[in-house]
Design a protein around this ligand. Structure first.
Ligand SMILES: Nc1ncnc2c1ncn2[C@@H]1O[C@H](COP(=O)(O)OP(=O)(O)O)[C@@H](O)[C@H]1O
Ligand SMILES: [Mg+2]
Length: 406
């Protein structure tokens, strides 16, 4: 399976440019790479200066050493029409046959975020079946991408609620009110839905595998971004998704000792940008790319951007850093034992994490995003004694409670 690199960030910060530059740079070093856009605002073709289709084709790069660079832009609408349209039709007929009226059936079958999910499932399919060492993904803007990254989970939950519990019920119901043809159609629909659930499960596994998939967060150094970047990092960490680096794009050149109005403008701008970069320290690796005089369009210009972005480093991320999201430590014995669970999360200063025990899980909510942390068996027999937070995460205290030892 290819390594998967997801580029995300706000609109216009340079996601498409940097994703294309990364893939071009890999290909220039003889490493087959595919760059694929899932952003409905397609501009990957513009950055590469070629026309792109929905399936991967090799980018023609005369006059450069680049070979093995492939690109495509996924057409989410087309995928929906192809895969989902038919399924939805089936489901509607079946439900109508079972006496569910048109309106309800329509509500039931309009599932949230189907387009984005199918686009990402298509990325996974390409990564699994293709010959590329890396699949570089030009994703949509942050908010949307975050929503779409958490979708497999939400969507799988939705399907689980509907199936297979209801499968038997509906089947029985159908057998009573409709002919066998409808029952068979129902079986076909239910099978198609469980295949979809399997694909989503595979997608979730891919996204949460730090050695196979990681995110690069692109931003421009402006005042508002530092806090927002931390929030995005928290949200991704909550979903167990690895962010391997943050890229600050469009850093204006320093004017050195030049004088005059233009130099003063540049100096002021650069000072502000440096201040923002200083605020970003402590969140991990931050790489920078200069604001270039002309837009980096076409493979040669993209290679120049990549040279600045990666220098002599490998554009693909190294092994996932050691240290998992969860760590348990403790001391003492029996009822006197005290344990602590460390949940590593980059947190903004004003973040207000909320913790709640939900059965064998701990529900951690930050900025409206929730994650269920399955407690290790040792801690399931304990009660929470308190929690402390710092910029690197949350530490939860536990003590054994015999009333839970059933
Ligand atoms: N470092 C840079 N220097 C100059 N222009 C840039 C740079 N990075 C991106 N651009 C230009 O800025 C515009 C937006 O970049 P793009 O990569 O399309 O952003 P996004 O995909 O995040 O919306 C494009 O016209 C692109 O050519
Ligand atoms: Mg773009």
């Amino acid at each position: 399976m290819s390594r998967v690199l997801l580029f995300t960030g706000k609109g216009g910060v340079g996601k498409t440019t940097l994703a294309a530059a990364t893939a071009a740079s890999l290909a220039a070093h003889g490493r087959k790479a595919l760059v694929v856009s899932t952003d409905p605002a397609h501009s990957l073709g513009d950055a590469l200066d070629v026309r792109l289709g929905a399936s991967p084709s090799e980018v023609d790069t005369p006059g450069t050493a680049v070979g093995g660079l492939f690109a495509c832009q996924i057409d989410p609408r087309g995928l929906v029409d192809e895969a989902w349209g038919e399924l939805r039709g089936h489901l509607r007929t079946v439900l109508a046959g079972a006496g569910v009226d048109e309106l309800d059936a329509e509500e039931l079958t309009v599932l949230p975020g189907v387009e984005e999910l199918l686009a990402l499932a298509e990325v996974r399919r390409l990564a699994v079946s293709g010959p590329w060492e890396a699949v570089v993904v030009d994703c949509g803007p942050t908010a949307e991408t975050l929503r779409f990254l958490s979708l497999p989970e939400a969507f799988a939950g939705y399907l689980e609620r509907l199936f297979p519990t209801h499968r038997r019920v509906v089947r029985g119901l159908l057998a009573g009110v409709a002919g066998t043809g409808t029952v068979e159609r129902w079986d076909a629909t239910a099978d198609a839905l469980s295949r979809l659930a399997e694909r989503l499960d595979a997608l979730r596994t891919m996204l949460a595998d730090p050695s196979g998939c990681s995110v690069r967060l692109v931003l421009t150094p402006e005042r508002v971004v530092a806090a927002e970047t931390r929030r995005t990092l928290t949200a991704l960490a909550l979903q167990g998704i690895r962010v391997d680096s943050v890229i600050a794009n469009r850093l204006v050149p320093s004017p050195g000792s030049a004088r005059g109005a233009a130099a003063t403008w540049l100096r002021t701008r650069r000072r502000e940008q440096d201040a923002v970069l200083a605020e970003l320290t402590g969140i991990g690796e931050v790489r920078t790319v200069d604001h270039r005089a002309s837009e980096p369009v076409g493979v040669p210009a993209l290679l120049e951007v990549a040279a600045q972005l990666y220098g002599d480093d490998d554009p693909l991320p190294g092994a996932a850093p050691a240290g998992s999201l969860l760590e348990v430590s403790g001391n003492g014995r029996g009822l006197d034992a005290r344990y602590s669970l460390r949940i590593a999360l980059p947190l903004a200063d004003d973040a207000e994490p909320d913790l709640a025990r939900v059965g064998d899980d701990l529900a951690l909510t930050v900025d409206g995003r929730r994650r269920l942390v399955a407690l290790p068996s040792l801690l399931r027999r304990c009660v929470v004694t308190g929690a402390e937070m710092d910029s690197g995460g949350v530490t939860v205290g536990f003590r054994p409670d015999p009333s839970l030892w059933r």
